[in-house]
Design a protein around this ligand. Structure first.
Ligand code: ATP
Ligand code: MG
Length: 272
């Protein structure tokens, strides 16, 4: 098993009762970020190797029940930003809030159940598709029924007949959709999607986009999605965040993307 799979496994770890539980100082940290599902406040990250700043004081409010698209040039810090939101790296206290709670003060396992993440490259665990989908709930002692597994696969645009296929035999596009079903099995409130459709064909891309919009409408799911496709962002996002060289340079309505002022953002949009 490679490190990517270990990271996914760590990400899917969940606590027993599944509730967000503030640690020792219960309630501390509440207040900041009120009104936003996720508030990022002056978030900074330096490369441990070079000391170079990867994120330079990023601030961003993600309202509940919306889809926020994050776009920007390669290396601008999009994945790094996403990974802070469920503590795949440890942000400084007071820089990321979920429902007005400083995520550093939340139980990390409960946080990761509420804030589900799909990685740029999907990592499957050994075993069948069904075993992959059942992974998160199983950690909490819950076994999803065959019907529940099939429903999750359908939601992720996969043929339910795939349940018994070894996950190692899937194409990258199929694996990405199994990873989506596996994340949704934890019934998250927030989905972090890192270029979720980059390995998918146009029909599957459309189906996944529709699923994300449907989850927003039916379950009030909040989504932060990194994408290289400006068109995709315009199709499904309610807000667009432009990240350039570790800085949020614009937050715009997708219809107003052409009004972006920042020169690098304009260049990026023109070439996309
Ligand atoms: N663990 C790490 N240690 C050191 N530097 C890192 C680490 N992770 C990312 N970086 C650096 O941080 C910068 C931002 O990387 P990141 O992966 O967040 O970019 P990105 O916007 O997601 O790019 P892409 O569009 O190519 O996926 C890059 O310069 C990268 O080399
Ligand atoms: Mg990335």
């Amino acid at each position: 098993m490679g490190s990517a799979a270990e990271e996914v496994r760590e990400h899917l770890l969940v606590d027993v009762d599944g509730g967000i539980t503030a640690t020792a100082a219960a309630g501390a940290g509440a207040g900041a970020g009120a009104g936003a599902k996720i508030r990022v406040q002056n978030l900074t990250k330096r490369s441990e190797a070079t000391g170079e700043e990867i994120l330079r004081g990023v601030s961003l409010d993600v309202p509940a029940g919306v889809i926020v698209g994050v776009i920007g040039p390669s290396g601008s810090g999009k994945s790094t930003l996403l990974r802070a939101l469920n503590r795949l790296w440890e942000p400084a206290p007071g820089s990321v809030f979920l429902d007005a709670h400083d995520i550093c003060r939340l139980d990390v396992l409960a946080l990761r159940r509420k804030v589900g993440m799909l990685f740029q490259l999907p990592a499957m665990f050994e075993g069948t598709v069904a075993e992959n989908v059942r992974f998160g709930p199983q950690l909490r002692g819950k076994k999803l029924s065959d019907a529940e597994v099939q429903k999750l696969l359908s939601l992720a645009d996969l043929d339910p007949s795939l349940v018994s296929r070894p996950a190692s035999e899937l194409s990258v596009g199929q694996a990405q959709r199994v990873a989506l079903a596996r994340t949704l099995a934890n019934d998250p409130e927030v989905l972090l999607l890192d270029e979720p459709t980059s390995a998918l064909d146009p029909i599957s891309t459309q189906n996944i986009e529709e699923a994300i919009v449907r989850l927003k409408k039916t379950r009030g799911l909040t989504t932060v999605m990194v994408s290289h496709s400006v068109k995709q962002i315009q199709r499904i996002a309610d807000l667009v965040c432009l990240l350039v060289a570790g800085e949020v340079v614009e937050v715009l309505h997708p219809a107003n993307l052409s009004h972006a002022q920042h020169p690098m953002a304009r260049r990026f949009l023109e070439l996309s």
